[in-house]
Design a protein around this ligand. Structure first.
Ligand code: PMP
Length: 366
């Protein structure tokens, strides 16, 4: 008798569940705390864009209606912002969803993707789900090594992921490095430029990836409203690419993937330059405070172009993480990224940063 029991596709069992940052409420319950801060998920410590909050309040009365599946208003706002036609834009329920869609749209069994390691974990999930190999190229000096990644590309490579700035290290690849990669990767592979943290970048060497889309290159640029815009809870990300690439994603997109409040909120957040500038300067100041304290404590760190810093606590990070948790400070451990002496810490408000730094200092001195 043939085995006809119900079971998922083998790829489903190979997926490693995403391990999210620890939630504030759970930490309060577990440790009997009332005052917990979260510097573990690279969220915006200053809160959501106030313009987004206002706009959503006035949209509440229309929640009986389905959202605009084409996200017309948000796409128009992005189109104006970047000088790209709406046909070069797709909107996702977070950029996470767009990574998932890219996998469904492009990956065939036996293909491979190439990515840096350690990096954002969702690229590998897209590969595993689609019976595709994930080729991980180690970072060099905590930075994506695009030359070695280009060497790793072969005729089966369908996507090359570049996380820029990289999560968890905060480092960037320069315009020259990205352009050399684009020149070396054959047209059979799509280069995915994941720029979730781009609005925080200060380096003049950072690539102008929108220009690559305008030039019709084989790239898709992924960005998000979850980071500097401060609306991670709404789940909105977007992809910018040539119309043929956007069409492939749109073919597999859920018809109402982005809810109506999210569309309204994101459209308003996009024009909230005041909130954006405040968030960027809070980040710059916070990074300075982190760097100064880490240097005083003798802890190596990767200079970051994002809203988090990857710091080497020079001992097993798990007990340090646990001790911080007991003090009500949530950060992220480096062991999940294969670097077990590191912590990834999101820049918070000045008060949150000071609280984290003084707790860390006390824990390391104990
Ligand atoms: N890319 C990177 C590099 C990220 O760090 C994140 C969020 N942690 C995402 C994509 C996904 O962001 P979202 O789905 O919230 O848009």
């Amino acid at each position: 008798m043939s085995d006809n029991t119900l079971s998922p596709r083998p790829a489903v069992n190979r997926l490693v569940p995403y391990s999210p940052g620890k939630p504030i409420e759970e930490t309060k319950r577990e440790f009997g705390l009332t005052d917990v801060i979260k510097l573990g998920s690279n969220e915006n410590a200053l809160g959501p864009s106030p313009k987004a909050v206002e706009a959503m309040k006035s949209a509440l009365g229309e929640l009986n209606l389905y959202p605009d599946g084409a996200a017309f208003t948000l796409k128009n706002a992005l189109s104006e912002r970047f000088g790209l036609p709406a046909g070069c834009i797709t909107i996702g329920n977070g950029s996470d969803e767009l990574i998932h869609y890219l996998g469904i749209a492009y990956l065939r069994e036996g293909d491979n993707i190439v990515q840096g390691d350690p990096s954002f974990v969702r690229y590998e999930s897209a590969a595993v789900l689609n019976d595709t190999e994930c080729v991980k190229v180690p970072l060099k000096n905590l930075t994506y090594d695009l030359e070695t990644m280009a060497d790793a590309v072969n005729e089966r490579t369908r996507m090359v992921f570049v996380c820029n700035p990289n999560n968890p290290t905060g480092t960037i690849n320069t315009k020259a490095e990205v352009e050399r990669l684009m020149d070396r990767v054959p047209d059979s592979a799509l280069i995915v430029l994941d720029e979730a943290y781009c609005e925080y970048v200060g380096s003049p060497q950072y690539p102008d990836s929108i220009q690559y889309v305008k030039d019709g290159r084989n790239v898709i640029v992924l960005r998000t409203f979850s980071k500097i815009y401060g609306i991670a809870g709404l789940r909105v990300g977007y992809g910018l690419a040539r119309p043929d690439i956007i069409r492939a994603v749109e073919q597999v997109r859920e018809p109402f993937n982005v809810n109506s409040l999210a569309q309204v909120g994101a459209t308003a957040a996009l024009s909230d330059t005041e909130h954006l500038q405040r968030s960027a300067s809070n980040n710059t100041e916070g990074k300075k405070a982190f760097y100064a304290a880490f240097e005083a404590m003798g802890l190596p760190y990767a200079p970051s172009e994002a809203n988090f810093v990857f710091v080497d606590v020079k001992r097993d990070c798990r007990p340090v993480y646990m001790a911080l948790l007991r003090k009500g400070v949530i950060v992220r451990t480096g062991d999940i990224f294969g670097l077990p002496t590191y912590l990834r810490v999101t820049i918070g408000t000045p008060e949150e940063n000071q609280r984290f730094l003084s707790e860390l200092k006390a824990i390391l001195a104990a």
